[in-house]
Design a protein around this ligand. Structure first.
Ligand code: MTE
Length: 334
């Protein structure tokens, strides 16, 4: 997405280096997680259903997390029945520029990052502004498993079994005031723990935003886990946004600030390159990135000889979200 990518070539280019890199850097998920193991872990997760609320919060505490505590998320009707990528895929192929621009950098450099204790400041046009600890945020919250497709603007995709809850639940709790139109999000700024922030690759801290109706949509979640375990640091611990019908860069990680505003907030990628990255960033196979096509995507874990998959409008969530954009020119509001 940056200069680095420009030099290496746009996604979709198939130079020899790119082919070799794909061949050896991306084993198929089946090669990493044998099917029986995957199915067994799924069964275990189902067996754990019910232990939510206090148990979930306890599972997010550092000691417990290290012991592999399960969050006990309940299944959701919003999940896709597509097969999720392996835990290995999801936690070793990441975009988290705070830890570096390479896909393996976040896993490599995130171990020193400390996601506890954590709090999120919620302010702007809300009835009850304040700073909430992660425990406050999760108290009384029903954690759900949301298996979503994730489509990166770079034209790769995955299927991720997130654990989270609707952002709306939190916004309702703090009370959205009548003038609010957008929600702005900010990632933590800790250059001492995040080596990527010591370089001006982006204008830190990372910022994102959603229109209020997008933020209140039932598909929009705050995620605190993956595969029924607390989020690994490289995935945006301890709390991140997931908006499955938009390009992945909207799904901001390690959130410390949420602000309700009356106008569209500045966001990191659209400020860095407004021609390439819009505020809306809805997945749209008909609107190409200026440097590559968005018509198809490479599913991580599909294997070397697999065909690219067609990209679906709104990443396959058109039935749920197309109404939000009725009457809008999606080429203009990209
Ligand atoms: N959030 C922050 N703070 N920093 C980032 O670099 N990268 C974004 C998004 N959220 C990013 C971020 C991009 S480009 C993508 S595709 C997704 O995170 C990737 O999420 P994943 O690494 O969990 O797959």
């Amino acid at each position: 997405m940056t200069e680095t990518r420009r030099k290496r070539g746009a996604p979709g280019e198939k130079g020899a280096f790119e082919i070799l890199r794909r061949r050896f850097a991306e084993p198929a998920s089946e090669e990493i997680t044998p099917k029986e193991v995957f199915m067994a872990s799924k069964a275990t997760r189902r067996a754990l259903l019910g232990g939510i609320g206090a148990a979930s919060v306890a599972a997010l505490m550092p000691g417990e997390a290290a012991a592999g505590a399960k969050l006990g998320a309940v299944p959701s009707c919003w999940s896709t029945d597509e097969r999720p990528n392996s835990f290995e895929d999801i936690t070793s192929y990441n975009n988290f520029y705070e830890f570096g621009t390479g896909k393996g950098d976040p896993k490599r450099h995130a171990a020193r990052f400390s996601p506890r204790p954590w709090s999120v400041e919620i302010g702007g046009l809300v009835e009850r502004p304040g700073t909430l600890s992660l425990d406050d945020i999760l108290s009384g919250v029903r954690l759900e498993e949301r298996i979503y497709r994730l489509r990166c603007v770079e034209a790769w995709s995955m299927v991720v079994p997130w654990v989270g809850f609707p952002l709306k639940t939190l916004l309702d709790r703090v009370g959205v005031r009548s003038g609010a139109r957008h929600v702005a999000f900010e990632t933590v700024y800790r250059p001492e723990e995040m080596p990527g922030q010591r370089r001006r690759i982006l204008d830190w801290p990372y910022r994102e935003g959603l229109r209020l109706d997008e933020a209140m949509h039932p598909l929009t979640i705050l995620a605190v886990g993956v595969y029924d375990e607390p989020l690994p640091n490289q995935c945006g611990a301890p709390i991140r946004l997931v908006v499955p019908w938009k390009y992945g860069f909207k799904s901001i990680k390690s959130i410390v600030r949420i602000t309700l505003t009356d106008r569209q907030p500045p966001t990191t990628w659209s400020s860095a390159s407004p021609r390439e990255y819009g505020y809306y960033a809805n997945v749209n196979p008909e609107v190409d990135h200026p440097r590559w096509s968005q018509a198809t995507e490479r599913r991580i874990g599909d294997g070397f000889f697999a065909r690219r998959r067609p990209t679906l409008m709104f990443n396959g969530y058109a039935d749920q979200v197309a109404d939000l954009y009725r009457g809008m020119d999606l080429r203009k509001f990209f």
